[in-house]
Ligand binder design. Structure first.
Ligand code: DPP
Ligand code: ZN
Length: 878
């Protein structure tokens, strides 16, 4: 397969104005009739009409009711078209129950579902399957009434009724023109939670959450999240719900988290269902965020969509930014917002930074791709959201809102580009720091790589000035980028110092944004009466790697005093990172020093810090982020350093952990609110430390308490926390606890996923974790066919557990290659995800490097690989 280039974009030669689809649903062979109003694009010369279809059987092709000559070339259907607008009628079949790729129309648990983004519609019928072709859809579904009592498609229900032979039908019409990737059908034996609401404008709407019978009691949180999202988007961005009916459907076989089909969102059950007994606080938060994300797409994605797939971040970066803003508003307090920011950055550093440095690195707006499914990445989503955040940092909240308003005023109903978004933001804010440097700003879309920002400060005690020199470099992009550096200066006693730049007549307060846009710049502050500690990149104001060379005493000052909670956390992370890197580089055993341990104790015992913040501040940096700081990566050296650090923190703070555990028990009924969740997070961390310390000492008390909690906890957060404490510490009671837990939840697939996930992600000790994971491949509950299950074991092991995966005997790589190939035969998109485990192979130390390369080569030699996996292994081998 050849790469598709962004600059090759051409408008289509034909448009499809309306499409009338009829489905005769049958799992083995579904019949689809499609009637399309085809219009010539007057701006283009047109030859034949070329539609695309995959794994379809074509039965009929008529133009204005008459047979017409056509030919099939690969996946292309080439039709001799007359020189006028016409009606095209096609009839074809597809085989939903054989569709294990879960793209197009497929069956899951006896019901029908679709997934059309990015290119699934072509697996349903022949079409101009590209996002700039927007049509008005009318859809008739016909199916067995007993097996498929619920028949859903986008938009409004026009008509329904019974048919002969035990069948029934439903006819849907979506008044909004949409690209084919937003088309959806659901048919099955489902039940719905319903809620009627009246929005601010006085319009009534029906909200429905459809799930399998038996799951209805797990939909309340999703419904509440949906209502909150609707209210929030109206209030914050003036964007109302535009449909009479908004439907959400859960399905347990699904490649993504969820899908924003117009009026008919389809969700992976893992992103929809939760109850206190089966879902953790993190699950509740994730469901809220994804429900919001898909709902927000209704404007950012559906009303204004992407011209082509290179613009994916136009909708995804923006919609992630929006769901983050929503989640922060829902979390409430400043501290809870900071905790969310910390979690976002932790995730960015663990996943997006390695991606941006690795063999799959690409700009937020890629320039080419072989398989678009491979570009639903952390770069397009999370870095894309960071870039949207940069607009808000440069323009302020009101300026950003003005830009959004202009974007919709200009582009509602259109398929547009990232340039159009940037232009609307700039034009709505003339004279702003964005409009004067828009071209340079847009390098965030065109250059891959994480910029490194170096900072160096110089205090002049006599002149009372402080000069901050900032410079930037990006190994993957030659041009300087526009980097807003939010900052402050902290005095030795923790005072927030006034910030007056040389040449300015007054101080800017104690927190400001500097714009770094040249390769190197200096900023001089005047009237600085004491030697300051610079607090840079507050709130993580840009997605860069900062090297400020701060000493331990300076970091300890920030950890104690910084007014910015994010940078307080960051100072602690930096203290940890320094120590972990020193050990990983030298190969010497890690020995934590007293100053560090006391600083951590002070955080844990702090009178004012919130428990949720403490839990984040006491967690060590992720192995993947540590690896990114090293030129040559020995995963086992990193693993050993991290484990030693945990062991020492467990031992040195034992009494403090015991206090923290007891002091943060939540009484009363379960609620996933941020305050209670924060207490549970800290108690769970404390319990993990206590069990770890006890196992090292041979002390049975805390493992016993944890085991008891696995048996008696009244919510999943506490139960799973206790189970994880035992498993991660390799306690003897881990085994019976796992057995007990499995028996309790044997019928709940989402909980069993957690059970697999925990075992696949346990910190390795002597190879036992890898051996266990390998054995779990044979477990009767394991299957490669369900993406959640496959991910919970294999992606967790290969992509998320470096200590277990990277082995000197190469067994991890051998298993990886086998499993990628096995999954590829079933579901290429999922296989592509697992294939990414080798992105950073070339930085590995020996013997890992050579062994990883060999595994990649062996996989690349297979003749049957999908485009998805082929693209990834080819790029990996470079
Ligand atoms: N369903 C995916 C998402 O919402 C792709 N659009 O991000
Ligand atoms: Zn999305």
């Amino acid at each position: 397969a050849t790469a598709i280039q962004r600059l090759d974009y051409r408008a289509p030669t034909y448009w499809i104005a309306t499409v009338d689809l009829t489905f005769d649903l049958d799992p083995a062979k579904t019949l689809i009739t499609s009637k399309m109003a085809v219009k010539r694009n007057s701006a283009q010369a047109h030859g034949p009409l070329v539609l695309v279809g995959e794994e379809l059987t074509l039965l009929r092709c008529l133009i204005d009711g008459e047979p017409v000559s056509f030919r099939q070339e690969g996946n292309d259907l080439v039709i001799d078209a007359p020189d006028r607008d016409f009606e095209l009628t096609l009839r074809n079949t597809c085989a939903p129950e054989k569709n294990t790729a879960l793209s197009g129309l497929y069956t899951s648990g006896g019901s029908f579902f679709t997934q059309c983004e990015a290119e699934g519609f072509r697996r349903i019928t022949y079409f101009l399957d590209r996002p700039d072709v927007m049509a008005v859809y009318t859809v008739t579904l016909r199916a067995d009434a007993a097996k498929y009592p619920v028949l859903l498609s986008n938009g409004n229900l026009l008509e329904q009724g019974t048919l002969d032979g035990g069948k029934h039908f439903a006819k849907w019409h979506d008044p909004f023109p949409k690209p084919s990737y937003l088309f959806a059908v659901v048919a099955g034996d489902l039940v719905a939670r319903e809620q009627r609401i009246t929005t601010r404008s006085g319009k009534d709407h029906l909200l429905q959450v459809y799930v399998r019978r038996g799951d209805l009691d797990k939909t309340e949180h999703a419904m509440n999240s949906l209502i909150a999202s609707i209210v929030w988007d109206e209030k914050r961005f003036n964007l109302p719900l535009d449909l009479e009916r908004f439907m959400v459907v859960g399905v347990s076989d699904f490649n993504m988290g969820a899908m924003e089909n117009k009026g008919l969102n389809i969700f992976n059950t893992s992103a929809l269902l939760c109850s206190p007994a089966t879902a953790t606080d993190a699950d509740f938060q994730r469901v809220e965020a994804i429900v919001a994300h898909e709902y927000f797409h209704n404007w950012t994605g559906n009303r204004v969509t992407c011209r082509d797939w290179f613009q994916l971040s136009l909708k995804e970066g923006l919609t992630v930014f929006r769901d983050r803003e929503f989640s922060m508003d829902m979390a409430g307090s400043a501290s809870a917002r900071a905790v969310q920011r910390i979690q976002q950055v932790r995730n960015l550093r663990a996943i997006q930074f390695p991606e941006d440095a690795g063999t799959m690195a690409h700009p937020v707006r890629p320039d080419s791709y072989v398989e678009i499914n491979n570009f639903y990445t952390a770069t397009v989503y999370e870095k894309g959201a960071e870039v949207v955040g940069l607009y808000q940092t440069l323009l302020g909240r009101d300026g950003f809102a003005k830009g959004m308003a202009l974007y919709f005023e200009r582009h509602d109903g259109q398929a547009v580009t990232c340039d159009d978004f940037a232009q609307a933001m700039a034009d709505a804010n003339p004279g702003s720091p964005l409009s004067s440097r828009l071209d340079a700003f847009k390098r965030w879309y065109s250059q891959p790589g994480t910029p490194h920002v170096a900072a160096q400060g110089e205090y002049d005690a006599e002149g009372h000035t402080y000069t901050l020199r900032l410079s930037q470099r990006n190994a993957k992009g030659p041009l300087p980028q526009v980097i807003p550096v939010r900052m402050g200066l902290v005095g030795p006693e923790g005072q927030a110092l006034p910030l007056q730049l040389q040449g300015e007549i007054a101080a800017r307060g104690t927190d400001t944004v500097l714009i770094l846009e040249e390769a190197a710049q200096a900023f001089t502050f005047v009237n600085v009466m004491v030697p300051p500690v610079p607090s840079l990149l507050r709130g993580f104001s840009a997605p860069v790697l900062l090297e400020d060379g701060l000493s331990d005493p300076q970091l300890l000052t920030l950890l104690r005093f910084d007014a910015d909670a994010f940078n307080r956390w960051e100072a602690g992370q930096r203290l940890s990172l320094k120590r972990l890197l020193r050990a990983a580089r030298s190969g010497q055993p890690l020995q934590l020093d007293n100053a560090y341990v006391e600083a951590m104790r002070a955080v844990l015992r702090h009178a004012d810090l919130d428990p949720a913040f403490k839990a984040e501040a006491l967690k060590l940096p992720d192995a993947a982020y540590i690896a990114e700081q090293l030129e040559v990566v020995d995963p086992q050296a990193i693993h050993a350093a991290v484990e030693a650090a945990w062991d020492q923190l467990a031992a040195a703070l034992r009494d403090d952990w015991a206090w923290a555990f007891d002091a943060h028990q939540v009484t009363g009924g379960y609620s996933p609110n941020a305050v209670d969740a924060g207490k549970r997070a800290l108690a769970n961390l404390a319990l993990a430390m206590l069990v770890r310390g006890a196992v090292a000492q041979g002390d049975p008390v805390w493992p016993g308490r944890a085991y008891q909690r696995v048996k008696t906890a009244s919510n999943m957060t506490e139960r799973f926390g206790a189970l994880a404490a035992l498993v991660n510490a390799h306690a003897e009671l881990a085994e019976p606890a796992l057995v007990h837990f499995h028996a309790l939840f044997a019928d709940d697939a989402l909980v069993i996923d957690k059970w697999f996930m925990l075992q696949a992600r346990t910190p390795e000790r002597g190879g036992a974790v890898f051996e266990r994971a390998k054995k779990l491949l044979q477990h009767p509950d394991f299957t490669l066919k369900n993406p959640n299950r496959a991910r919970s074991l294999l992606v967790q092991l290969c992509n998320m557990n470096p200590g277990a995966f990277h082995r000197s005997d190469a067994a991890g790589y051998v298993l990886w290659a086998e499993q990628v190939a096995a999954i590829d035969a079933i579901n290429p998109q999922l296989a592509g995800r697992l294939a990414r485990a080798m992105d950073r192979w070339s930085t590995l130390a020996e013997p890992y490097r050579t062994a990883a390369q060999e595994a990649l080569k062996r996989l690349a030699e297979r003749s049957t690989l999908s485009n998805d996996v082929r693209e990834i292994v080819t790029k990996a081998l470079g």
